[in-house]
Design a protein around this ligand. Structure first.
Ligand SMILES: C[S@@+](CC[C@H](N)C(=O)[O-])C[C@H]1O[C@@H](n2cnc3c(N)ncnc32)[C@H](O)[C@@H]1O
Length: 477
């Protein structure tokens, strides 16, 4: 046999097949990682383009969404599993390789996609986006991962609860440890409570609509959605839930601004402020941190019903324009201004009701922004604290004696909630403003588990809302 005969025929080179769903999900994950993009902003235009090209149907879009959101949410758990399957530190794995791996782990351990399909689709994606060499690495790692299920892996890679409860919860429920610790402090519960909360953060929230009073009704929205998709809200009299999801923008009430998309927690906050008792005049309302305008639109509609006017202020001009858009068509008087609430253009004691929904860490809305938990740092809270205190102090100065201020955050972190209010009431870091607590709980009728008051902390696992915080204060002098 000569050399020619001995040499094995070369394998025909097969071009890797591009699976449009996995490819699109990978593109979205890269944008989140490389450009600090938000998944909820990056994904819709990619999906729209793919559908316009005819590449995608609704099921493909649902799978791509699940791959992106699931991979980002469960990143902490999946990183720990991948780390256990490789013989070098995880930080030495290139980010695009880790994205392909984590998305593969999600398919294997977090979906019903059969093992062989999850591995082969991931390896094929790796061939397309990473090249042959790295595709072999992906194949080897995912084959190890496929040897066990999620519970089995978690039992192997997470420290035991007794050894280190916070680290255990961080790995099992895929949250940074400092966030587990902060949420646990704020919740003040035992193990079951914090586990329920962390898992609720890993669920996709229902889409909730608000029927802006005087402009639309819950009946109109329920009829438009039909029996299959429309459910009444749990707590807010203006809420309708979209049980099956879908595109809220397809509803004419939403197109016209008579209704909007709004979590029930935000609806409860705005309504509680609007319904808190005040003596005397009740015609001048202020939303001091209004952008993008969800609460302002509900407040303006409630104000219109009572003959009051809303001033909506927002520091960022582009967000002030969003407020303009949210308020357009409001039946009562309103004005939108671009203004810094810490150096306000309005005179002291000019309002009967003031909402300060301050900028915050957003730890109460982790279920909406799957990447945000990995971006936030504990140090971020220090940068918010002086601004939050300054805005609350100015809100208390802006309200007349006897008027009401609502201090709200979309974070349950104590450093952004009760600590800020107590600091301001005690005059820490600025001059004291005389005010007293108003019990916010009776202003959320029918809502259970509101704690000892007087402030209210809502929770995803208890109320199905974002973890909104509300303190109500009455100016006393
Ligand atoms: C949590 S968001 C408000 C959400 C809004 N209430 C809603 O329901 O749509 C906080 C807003 O405060 C704005 N902001 C930040 N610093 C501000 C300041 N010094 N004065 C006024 N607005 C400010 C931010 O740009 C952001 O739009």
């Amino acid at each position: 046999m000569n050399d020619q005969q001995r040499r094995r025929p070369a394998k025909p080179h097969r071009r890797p097949q591009k699976d449009p769903v996995r490819f699109l999900a990978f593109e979205a994950l890269r944008a989140v990682d490389e450009r600090d993009a938000y998944a909820n902003l990056v994904l819709p235009p990619l999906l729209k383009k793919a559908r316009a090209k005819g590449d995608f149907d609704a099921r493909d879009a649902a799978l791509a969404t699940e791959l992106v959101y699931g991979t980002l949410r469960r990143q902490g758990t999946y990183d720990a599993i991948v780390a256990a399957c490789i013989d070098r530190p995880l930080r030495e794995v290139d980010p695009p390789v880790l994205d392909v791996l984590n998305m593969g782990v999600h398919q294997l351990l977090g979906t019903r996609i059969p093992t062989h399909a999850a591995v082969s689709a991931s390896v094929e994606l790796a061939r397309v986006v990473l090249g042959e060499g790295r595709a072999k690495f992906v194949n080897a790692v995912l084959r190890k991962v496929a040897a066990d299920d999620l519970d089995g892996w978690v039992a192997r890679v997470a420290p035991s609860y007794d050894e280190d409860a916070e680290d255990h919860l961080a790995v099992v429920h895929s949250h940074p440890r400092w966030i587990v610790s902060a949420l646990w402090d704020a919740l003040g519960s035992g193990r079951a409570g914090i586990e329920d909360l962390l898992e609720a953060d890993n669920e996709r929230p229902e889409v909730t609509l608000v029927a802006r009073p005087g402009r639309s009704t819950t009946d109109e929205l329920l009829t438009a959605l039909g029996d299959e998709n429309g459910l009444p809200g749990r707590w807010s009299p203006y809420a309708v839930r979209m049980a099956e999801g879908g595109e809220p923008g397809a509803l004419s009430a939403v197109q016209d601004g008579r209704a909007g998309v709004q979590d029930e927690g935000s609806q409860l906050v705005a309504t509680a402020l609007a319904n808190a008792p005040v003596d005397g005049s009740d015609t001048r309302w202020l939303d001091g941190c209004a952008g993008p305008g969800g609460k302002a639109a509900l407040l303006a509609a409630l104000a219109a019903e009572r003959g009051a006017a809303l001033l909506a202020a927002e520091k960022q001009p582009h967000r002030a324009r969003l407020v303009e858009r949210a308020l357009a068509g409001n039946p009562g008087p309103y004005q939108v201004v671009t203004a810094d609430g810490t150096r306000p253009p309005w005179r002291p004691e000019s309002f009967d009701r003031v909402l300060m929904d301050v900028p915050c860490s957003g730890l109460g809305a982790l279920r909406r922004r799957p990447e945000s938990r990995w971006r936030r740092r504990a140090e971020d809270l220090e940068s918010f604290a002086p601004l939050q205190r300054g805005l609350l102090r100015e809100a208390l100065k802006a309200v007349r004696v006897g008027g009401i201020v609502g201090y709200a955050t979309c974070s349950p972190h104590l450093a952004e909630t009760r600590v800020v209010v107590e600091d301001v009431l005690k005059g820490r870091g600025g001059e004291p403003v005389e005010a007293e607590w108003v019990d916010a709980r009776p202003l959320m009728p029918g809502v259970p588990a509101l704690g000892d008051g007087p402030d209210v902390q809502l929770w995803p696992h208890l109320h199905g809302t974002d973890a909104m915080y509300l303190a109500l204060l009455r100016r006393t002098a």
